[in-house]
Design a protein around this ligand. Structure first.
Ligand SMILES: *Cc1c(COP(=O)(O)O)cnc(C)c1O
Length: 423
């Protein structure tokens, strides 16, 4: 489970001055006996999830692994690399900065970045061979200008809003967008490499919006064809559609959360049922354990009071680390679950910025003992989904919000994986 061999007292704090504010930098691997809170990311699980998603993809559709938002909190570069190793033909990011970071780390494969704002680094993206996305004519105009500056054609995916009501070109403006893209193609400024859209309710199979969106997409593809657009890839399916809606797979599926082993929705199936394994395990080492009498208030606001004499354990993780304050526990309300001293416990009282408390109900533990907040779930520990339920949110948010202060440790990293990685 641990990727690092136990360290002896070889290099207490590294060379240089005594540990200062920089000593806790996320990139500094803590000594094995000195960590506070860590996210272990199982890259073998991630590779195997991508392989499973390739099998879910029907009709020869390939997989674009979505690695936006620091790979849903798991770490952009190691996860992108593992996704490629698992057979992801494409990678997808939201922001251009994420895409350019992948290029800087040495990734050279097909890569799409879709969240563009006016004045974005289009030229850098074009020079770095990143496919860009346009939902409006202003974007095509900016792409054309950037392509001229770069001296090469941009690769552009045209996005239609088939009903999500978020990004994408309204159907009423689609013909104009196609015409603008075709004109730019004619002058050699760009190539339309993709036509795509995104679902609103794919996690609710049978929702009427699904069929409605599919119908609009079919029309948009036909209009593109009539306009002379010949995309390399047509793509529509996020994780839930990849897992439940083969008719939406086209040439490419675009799963995100399932790459990291989470089911997009417990209502459609568990991770295990889909052949997925959660990649992240979040663990902490207890900072304190103490006996307190009954009637003792716990944490800010005293939302929880010990029902009798008991033992309280202090977990050094708080909302600054991404632990949702909504998963606080009070009288009559169970907080987020934690495996401590062999049993599942729940957060007692309010989650604070850096710490929360669990009531061990009289059991014993010692400072330094491990607490597992979530993981794959087969070692008795809770899952991100359990935390989502406790916090009234979705598993996506639980893993993605794990903070920058929490070091990621990679399990299953391959020899040579670190070569060429930026500092
Ligand atoms: C985030 C995102 C995805 C991946 O969605 P999941 O539900 O995590 O699979 C796919 N496409 C777009 C446009 C996205 O923003």
């Amino acid at each position: 489970m641990n990727d690092r061999s136990p360290l002896g007292p070889t290099s207490p704090a590294g060379p240089g001055p005594a540990p200062g504010p920089g000593a806790g930098r996320p990139s500094a691997p803590p000594r094995d006996d000195a960590w506070r809170l860590r996210a272990d990311v199982d890259l073998d699980a991630l590779r195997s999830n991508v392989r499973a998603l390739r099998e879910h993809a029907s009709g020869g559709a390939r997989v674009m692994a979505v690695v936006k938002a620091d790979a849903y909190g798991h770490g952009l570069v190691p996860c992108a690399r593992a996704a490629r190793e698992g057979g992801a033909a494409w990678l997808g990011t939201a922001t251009p900065e994420e895409a350019l970071a992948l290029r800087a780390a040495g990734d050279t494969g097909p890569l799409l970045c879709w969240l563009w704002t006016p004045g974005g680094p289009w030229r850098q993206a074009i020079e770095a061979d990143v496919d860009v996305s346009a939902s409006a004519r202003w974007a095509v105009a900016e792409i054309v200008a950037a392509a001229r500056a770069a001296g090469r054609a941009a690769r552009v995916h045209l996005k239609i809003d088939t009903g999500l009501g978020r990004n994408g070109c309204p159907p009423a403006d689609w013909a104009e967008l196609l015409a603008a893209a075709r004109a730019a193609e004619a002058e050699g400024a760009l190539t339309v490499t993709g036509v795509w859209s995104h679902f609103a309710c794919a996690d609710e199979p049978g929702h009427p919006s699904i069929a409605a969106q599919q119908a609009v997409f079919v029309e948009a593809l036909e209009a593109a064809k009539r306009a002379g657009v010949r995309p390399e890839v047509r793509h529509f399916a996020n994780s839930p559609a990849t897992l439940t809606l083969p008719a939406s797979h086209y040439d490419l599926v675009r799963p995100g959360v399932s790459v990291y082993g989470l089911s997009p929705s417990p209502a459609i199936g568990t991770a295990e049922e889909f052949g997925l394994r959660p990649a992240m395990t979040l663990r902490a080492r207890l900072a304190a354990v103490k006996r307190v009498p009954g009637g003792h208030g716990v944490s800010y606001g005293h939302r929880y009071t010990t029902p009798g004499e008991t033992t309280l354990a202090l977990v050094p993780a708080g909302y600054a680390d991404g632990i949702p304050r909504h998963a606080s526990g009070g009288q009559g309300q169970d907080g987020g679950p934690v495996l401590v001293a062999g049993k599942l416990r729940t957060v007692a009282g309010l989650v604070a910025m850096d710490q929360f408390v669990v009531d061990l109900g009289g059991d014993t533990a010692a400072a330094g003992d491990e607490a597992v907040l979530f993981g794959p779930g087969d070692g008795g520990e809770p899952t991100a989904e359990d935390w989502a339920r406790a916090a009234g949110t979705i598993g996506y948010e639980i893993v993605t919000r794990v903070g920058a202060r929490v070091p990621r440790h990679y399990v299953g990293e391959r020899v040579g994986d670190r070569a060429g990685e930026g500092a």
